[in-house]
Design a protein around this ligand. Structure first.
Ligand SMILES: Cc1ncc(C[n+]2csc(CCOP(=O)(O)OP(=O)(O)O)c2C)c(N)n1
Ligand SMILES: [Mg+2]
Length: 675
């Protein structure tokens, strides 16, 4: 068992004879005793693993078979409670698994074979790691124990060394060494993946000789997880409530880690009466039509968010995001002399791209609930924020205000988004892939709840959305799933549509077809002043869909995508491909990937240099588990000279795109057309 797991001290193992001394709390997860499980038909170690996982709530496996992993696939196929989704590529399996988890909250298992199966899955595992998606990754392996010779596809130390390869991106790496311990080890890996403080992928390697061995005896172990008790220091919460209530221009930044607590965050915002933005990955977490919503911040951020943050926010409460470049975009969530309060379970996100005035390490749900309660009890709310916000939202939040009625014959991408949104109906979930098309989805879609929008910007890998859409559709068959993607992504992962067809998932794939890597095209032109086509011949995606037995339609006019069209196309229950010939020259001003890369291509400002940070005593994050040692007023803890905004660029570059915009556009109600 890996060191990572061995050092994990929050789990307690007790025998049946000694009842647990720990009081189970609401977050306690019980893992089964492998010995108490019903005997599977074939009691190989692999079958015991599958039985143990089934008893832990695992019902869906994503993967691709191969020789060394065959005992596991056999066990899954024989298990009545387990469903196997066979993907066309291992990383796509992991992306689909991420989507399944997002749609259901159920832990997925990804099963791959030794050698290329394991190396292929890595991108998807990294994505799950960065998005903190709990996931068990099972790799079959050759019979390494009999080694000393040379074996094709060996994942062991003398071969590929998969444990070393994945150690940075997994919560545990566990190799089954004894058939009788296999089920316990699988549960150990699952436990590490579902660690509530740091969820993510965990690796279980099952060599074929272990997996196929009969198991007559297994250890009797019962595990009980202790609850996390996030003891929030009330003095901290009261300080935060006062700061927000008395701020001149306050802001709440809602990140993706707030997803399980969306309702509590909304109620806290309503009590404090403070405008909020969501990061791209949190888009829709609180309905974007909410009266305090400035819509999404960061990449392709709304003009409401950009206008509001252009005015030097003096107190920002940032919850559940690392404030990376795509979460923030061209305007800073905090003004030069403002106070940034950062709340996260992971304290390593504090004081990175922006100086943190106060870092609070805690469970987000209890924190926002406590903040709301304190604000209500003390009757604290911000009386000015609504009028400050009213100024920022006088103009349109959209880059092209009248995008819904843009009848340009060349078919503007923003018009496509409107047509899709209207045709899809209020029950749809939109998932976007990675590329220029995602900027239009982020900017122009209005997401009305936490299940209405998904983007996988942890890694930002092409194909992530295309495959995640499959997991979403498996997880909730009552929702219409629309995937916005590019022709490049489709060429990379389009074969996964065969999986959706096999499962009869009527996902609508809206392919923004421009016969090129449009995001790279614009980026190269903007960064290097040069043009390269990065193109492919025009692919006829309707014909391509037809060749795989799926319906499709060519879209080249505004208003062509309607509810009737989508109903007709999805009537067969198969996935549908829309080949959308849009105008690839249309951009959203500023706030894109290209602008972020431009800012990264120059040395960081001097304030970012070592030595310019605030002294450690004044910038140490405060853990909710270690009460504040001093009661120094928060406003005096960080010298104002040290509270520069480090990223993004200075206000004079606000939202300006070299090609199509200037800061003076900021105050305009109707930004000029970008064409
Ligand atoms: C796996 C992977 N390879 C490369 C990239 C870099 N990249 C980002 S967007 C993009 C172009 C995507 O093209 P397409 O799917 O056609 O979308 P478009 O930008 O044209 O809308 C590329 C190559 C990436 N993000 N992921
Ligand atoms: Mg393209």
């Amino acid at each position: 068992m890996s060191e990572q797991f061995a050092s994990d001290t929050e789990f307690f193992a007790v025998t049946h004879s000694s009842p647990p001394s720990i009081t189970p709390a609401s977050r306690v997860v019980n893992f089964p005793d492998p010995m108490l499980l019903p005997e599977p038909d074939v009691d190989t170690a692999a079958a015991r693993i599958v039985s143990a996982l089934e008893a832990s709530g695992i019902d869906t496996y994503f993967g691709l078979p191969g020789g060394p992993v065959i005992p596991l696939f056999d066990a899954i196929l024989r298990s009545p409670g387990s469903t196997l989704i066979e993907s066309r590529h291992e990383t796509n399996a992991a992306f689909s698994a991420i989507g399944y988890w997002r749609a259901t909250g159920k832990i997925p298992v990804v099963v791959v074979t030794a050698g290329p199966g394991a190396t292929n899955v890595i991108t998807g595992v990294v994505s799950a790691h960065l998005e903190r998606v709990p996931m068990l990754v099972i790799c079959g392996d050759v019979a390494w124990a009999s080694s000393g010779g040379r074996l094709l596809q060996s994942l062991g130390r003398e071969g590929i060394g998969i444990e070393d390869m994945l150690k940075n991106v997994t919560r545990a790496t566990v190799r089954v060494a004894l058939p009788r311990s296999a089920a316990s080890q699988a549960i150990a890996a699952l436990r590490a993946a579902t660690n509530v403080e740091n969820p993510g992928p965990a690796l279980l390697v099952v060599p074929i000789d272990c997996g196929s061995s009969p198991v007559e005896f297994a250890h009797q172990v019962e595990s009980i997880r202790t609850a996390i008790t996030s003891q929030i220091d009330d003095h901290v919460v009261i300080d935060v409530a006062h700061m927000l209530a008395s701020a001149r221009r306050p802001l709440i930044v809602v990140g993706a880690a707030c997803r399980p607590h969306a309702h509590a965050v909304q109620r806290m915002i309503e009590t404090l009466r403070i405008p909020f933005v969501t990061t791209p990955q949190a888009k829709g977490l609180i309905p974007e039509s909410h009266p305090y919503s400035l819509r999404n911040f960061g990449m392709a951020g709304s003009w409401w968010a950009r206008r509001y943050t252009a005015g030097d926010v003096d107190v920002a409460l940032v919850i559940g995001t690392d404030l990376d470049d795509v979460s923030v975009g061209p305007t800073s969530p905090i003004g030069p002399d403002g106070s940034l309060i950062h709340v996260d379970l992971d304290s390593t996100v504090f004081n990175r791209n922006f100086p943190t005035r106060l870092g609070i390490t805690c469970d987000l749900g209890p924190f926002v609930q406590r903040l709301r309660t304190v604000a209500r009890e003390l009757n604290l709310f911000n009386p000015h924020a609504a009028s400050v916000m009213a100024e920022a939202v006088k103009g349109s939040p959209f880059d092209v205000e009248d995008f819904r009625v843009d009848d340009s014959p060349t078919l503007a991408p923003h018009r496509v988004i409107h047509d899709l949104e209207t045709a899809a109906g209020s029950n749809a979930t939109f998932i976007t892939d990675i590329g220029e098309h995602m900027l239009f989805a982020l900017h122009y879609l209005t997401a009305e709840g936490p299940t209405r929008f998904a983007i996988h910007l942890g890694l930002g890998s092409m194909a992530s959305g295309i495959c995640s859409a499959i997991g979403h559709a498996i997880g909730n068959r009552n929702r219409r799933v629309i995937c916005i993607c590019g022709d490049g992504g489709m060429q990379m992962a389009g074969s996964e549509l065969l999986v959706a067809a096999k499962l009869k998932l009527p996902i609508v794939y809206a392919v923004f077809n421009d016969a090129r890597y449009n995001m790279v095209y614009h980026g190269y032109k903007q960064l290097c002043g040069n043009e390269a086509p990065w193109d492919t011949p025009w692919v006829d995606f309707v014909g391509w869909a037809k060749s795989m037995g799926m319906p499709g339609a060519r879209i080249d006019r505004p208003g062509q995508i309607t509810a009737t069209l989508l109903d007709e196309l999805t009537a067969s229950g198969l996935p549908v491909v829309l080949d959308i010939r849009h105008d690839a020259a249309v951009r959203i001003r500023g706030a894109g990937r290209v602008e972020a890369l431009q800012h990264m291509s120059v040395p960081p400002p001097s304030s970012r240099m070592p030595g310019s940070m605030p002294p450690p005593s004044s910038r140490s994050p405060i853990s909710s588990r270690s009460p504040l040692s001093s009661r120094v007023p928060l406003s005096s803890r960080v010298p104002s000279s040290a509270r520069h905004s480090m990223l993004p660029p200075p206000p004079d570059e606000l939202g300006a795109d070299l090609l199509c915009g200037t800061p003076s556009d900021l105050g305009m109600n109707k930004p000029p057309s970008v064409r």
